[in-house]
Design a protein around this ligand. Structure first.
Ligand code: 9WN
Length: 430
């Protein structure tokens, strides 16, 4: 009847559009995040986009991960961007990164390790079980090498939590959490450069020049030592315990452990147990009970970073929060949602420097909404999960499939026809 069709039509159109976006952003085995703005393969984008591909073509979903891991470094690092083919529309490209010793053009830093979470999902939910077993077996040692790299290169003192050495590694580049630690990075006399992002989207939606100068300073300092992972931790003037990376890694370790058991790798399962146990204890040091929120930390000053960001809810996705902490997070989240038209804002909407349009300083990101929703459900906050899900659906139906959204007006912002938002539509909202 008409009522049912009215509700069904927009979803059908959204799914059609999502499929079209992934197909058009497919560059032959890997998916670019968005035409023009991001013309290469990005690490956590691909792992999330694979979830979308899985609803259309399982083989293609596995291939997305294979292409990403084909660029893995000998030391275990899986780079944040893989420059499969040259493109003049993005800065900084391969010539700036200059990772000459690697088999393939890549950056020399990483991103939140979503891949193991995806592999478990594809393995568990895939229809083609034979393919799933074969691919999981092939990818398992590569995932393990990356997770081991995190333990050694990024936590050499064995604290249980890993360090993030560049805002680009956090995936939340200009988060207000990085204001202070980034401000402490002295700007070096770097070669003059021209940003290309501002040719694609309005500058009001992007990081500022003073942030880019520091982003580039860090790249040149890392490049000077050939991205040697035994040196970077000690020399980087930016070193934080990022909640997003650590929460994603924690969850990814749980899923990698699950895969280890499935594949009969019991000793490796025990090794991962050790990491998880240590991280579990250490996570409490990031919890601010007064704020009802987790916070990132500046490792160089030892201080918790004051900014309350959406990454603060990700310990729910990780399953590392206690029941009491989860209740406090749910209450904080409800308060945030009451302040905006559509959630989840990436930054505390009550903060004086909340910017609803500027990238990670306020806008809503569908991928983060998915992670937090998944966490809310695991802790029994079904109504709140449904509220976030409904907000996300409404944003996509009314404003199209974009990079992110203004939480105050709902308007789409950033890059258009965006792959990971399309993937969330296929894998989650349908
Ligand atoms: C730098 C591709 C990436 C995402 C990040 C997001 C943005 C790049 C940029 O785009 O970062 O890596 O140039 O702004 O912050 O999370 O992976 O979508």
């Amino acid at each position: 009847d008409k009522g049912v069709n009215d509700e069904y039509e927009p979803l059908k159109n959204l799914l059609e559009l999502s499929k079209q976006i992934l197909t058009e952003n497919d560059r032959g085995g890997y998916t670019i995040p968005a035409k023009g703005l991001y013309p290469y393969q990005w690490n956590w984008d691909s792992a999330l986009v694979a979830l979308g591909w899985a609803t259309l073509d399982e083989g293609r979903a596995w291939q997305e991960l294979e292409m990403l891991f084909s660029a893995q470094w000998e030391d275990g690092l899986v780079p944040h961007i893989v420059f499969h083919k040259p493109s003049p529309t993005y800065f900084p490209g391969p010539e700036i990164w200059g990772t000459v010793e690697q088999p393939m053009g890549t950056t020399g830093i990483t991103q939140p390790p979503v891949a193991a979470i995806t592999v478990r999902k594809l393995y568990e939910e895939g229809v083609n079980k034979e393919l799933a077993m074969q691919k999981a077996k092939e990818l398992f040692p590569k995932l393990l090498a990356w997770h081991r790299w995190f333990q050694t290169a990024r936590d050499p003192h064995g604290t249980g939590l890993v360090a993030t050495l560049h805002p680009w590694e956090s995936g939340m580049d200009n988060s207000p959490a990085w204001d202070e630690p980034l401000h402490n990075v002295p700007v070096d006399p770097i070669p003059p450069y021209v940003r290309k992002d501002l040719g694609h989207v309005d500058s009001a939606m992007r990081p500022k020049q003073e942030e880019y100068d520091r982003f580039l300073t860090l790249v040149y300092r890392f490049r000077a030592v050939n991205y040697d992972c035994t040196k970077l931790y000690f020399l980087s003037p930016f070193r934080v315990t990022d909640l997003c990376t650590n929460a994603v890694l924690y969850r990814a370790n749980l899923d990698l452990r699950w895969l280890a058991t499935e594949l009969g790798e019991n000793e490796i399962a025990e090794e991962i147990d050790g990491w998880v146990e240590k991280a579990h204890k250490a996570f409490d040091t990031l919890y601010d009970a007064e704020a009802g929120m987790y916070k990132s930390k500046d490792q160089l000053t030892g201080k918790l970073l004051a900014a309350k960001t959406s990454a603060g809810f990700l310990p729910l996705f990780a399953r590392v929060a206690s029941a009491e902490q989860a209740a406090a997070l749910a209450a904080t989240l409800e308060r945030w949602l009451d302040c905006v038209k559509s959630g989840i804002p990436s930054y505390d909407p009550e903060a004086a420097n909340f910017e609803p349009l500027r990238y990670w300083r306020g806008p809503v990101w569908a991928i983060i909404n998915w992670m937090i929703t998944d966490g809310l459900r695991a802790y029994g906050y079904e109504d709140l999960a449904c509220r976030v899900e409904a907000d996300t659906y409404e944003l996509l139906v009314s404003h199209g499939i974009s990079e992110y959204y203004n939480p105050v007006t709902g308007a789409a912002a950033g890059g258009k026809l965006f792959s990971w938002t399309a993937a969330m539509c296929l894998a989650w909202l349908s």
